[in-house]
Design a protein around this ligand. Structure first.
Ligand SMILES: NC(=O)c1ccc[n+]([C@@H]2O[C@H](COP(=O)([O-])OP(=O)(O)OC[C@H]3O[C@@H](n4cnc5c(N)ncnc54)[C@H](OP(=O)(O)O)[C@@H]3O)[C@@H](O)[C@H]2O)c1
Length: 299
């Protein structure tokens, strides 16, 4: 179902969270197709090890890594500046990085940590990279969501509160936000220039994602995930398919699961809600006049 022999020689891809789990597998698949792949996450040691392993496993030596913490807007802005200064082009952005079970605290930017890592950081990263992605059309953005979005809620007044949500609720809210953002992003971009699609990896064993949740729940979740989950290599192939397959050219604003056009959250068709989410997100990540390609005619 997810087969494509498409080669990506000459293309450049960024995979956030490419140092482990699903992101590593997506990076590996893209690297095997010949793309230059840049993996991005927080831990430099982990990134370097992953880069070395990717080179060894794929025979592609054009693998880079850059540190970036989605929980810090300063770090995201530094990453974008570094990328646009050092890379010639960007064809594929895989927004995979995310976390669950983080401490219920505010970030240095004053937002709920889970919301910022799983949503606002990715919003900012994507927004800032759009002008660069537009320089190598047609480019593709692939946004990682999760099935938990179906139990998420949108509450602009309280989303970033501390002590209000369980870690499951924070996760679900952030994954719903990324899915709604994906649809709104696709509507604001010309699909000849940049497309945006989201995917749900279902559940995937043998990743680090459960490391931070309480041990009792972790053991139960791990048991269930091993029983029914998809191998991470398969999910990596699904992501690479969305990023590479010729039949996905110009397809935008869709949500995928198991490589199939999947039913999206019912709120995804609420134009007004998505518009408010977009405006609120721009305000919270503090898009400056210089950064704002929507109001800047020359992009
Ligand atoms: N595994 C599942 O069953 C499952 C199910 C549904 C959705 N997902 C989603 O799939 C994505 C990948 O998960 P996974 O299972 O592959 O987990 P994983 O092995 O823990 O990978 C997460 C990746 O994200 C990076 N990351 C975490 N926090 C970050 C931050 N603040 N800034 C930048 N990078 C950060 C991690 O590197 P560092 O820690 O070094 O930064 C790592 O590379 C996540 O968004 C997750 O929510 C997973």
């Amino acid at each position: 179902m997810c087969e494509t022999g498409t080669k990506l020689d000459g293309k450049v891809a960024i995979v956030t969270g490419g140092s482990s789990g699903v992101g590593y597998e997506a990076a590996k698949n893209l690297a095997r197709r010949g793309a230059r792949v840049i993996i991005a996450s927080r831990n430099e040691t982990k990134l370097k090890l992953a880069r070395d392993k990717l080179q060894e496993e794929t025979g592609n030596n054009d693998i880079g890594y850059k540190t970036m913490d989605l929980g810090s807007f300063k770090s995201v802005r530094n990453f974008v500046a570094d990328t646009t200064n050092t890379e010639n082009r960007l064809d594929i952005l895989i927004n995979n990085a995310g976390a669950v079970g983080l401490p219920d605290v505010l970030t240095e930017d004053g937002l709920n940590l889970t919301m910022q890592v799983n949503y606002f950081g990715t919003f900012l990263l994507t927004y800032l990279l759009i002008p660069f992605l537009r320089k190598s059309p047609p480019s593709r953005i692939i946004n990682g969501s999760a099935g938990s979005m179906y139990i998420g809620s949108v509450d602009f007044e309280h989303w970033n509160d501390i002590g209000r949500y369980s870690f499951i609720e924070s996760l679900s809210n952030s994954k719903l936000a990324i899915t709604l953002f994906n649809v709104e992003l696709s509507k604001r971009l010309n699909s000849d220039e940049v497309t945006a699609n989201s995917y749900d990896p279902f559940v995937v064993p043998d990743t680090d994602v459960l490391n931070q949740i309480p041990s009792g729940i972790r053991d139960l979740a791990d048991f269930f995930i091993r029983l029914v989950g998809q191998p991470k290599e398969e999910v990596g192939a699904q992501i690479a398919y969305l990023a590479a397959a010729p039949e996905m050219k110009n397809v935008t604003g869709k949500h995928y699961k198991f490589c199939t056009d999947w039913f999206n959250h019912w709120l995804a068709s609420d134009d007004e809600l998505r518009r408010i989410l977009w405006d609120v997100s721009k305000e919270l990540v503090k898009i400056s006049a210089d950064e704002d390609w929507e109001t800047n005619a020359i992009h």
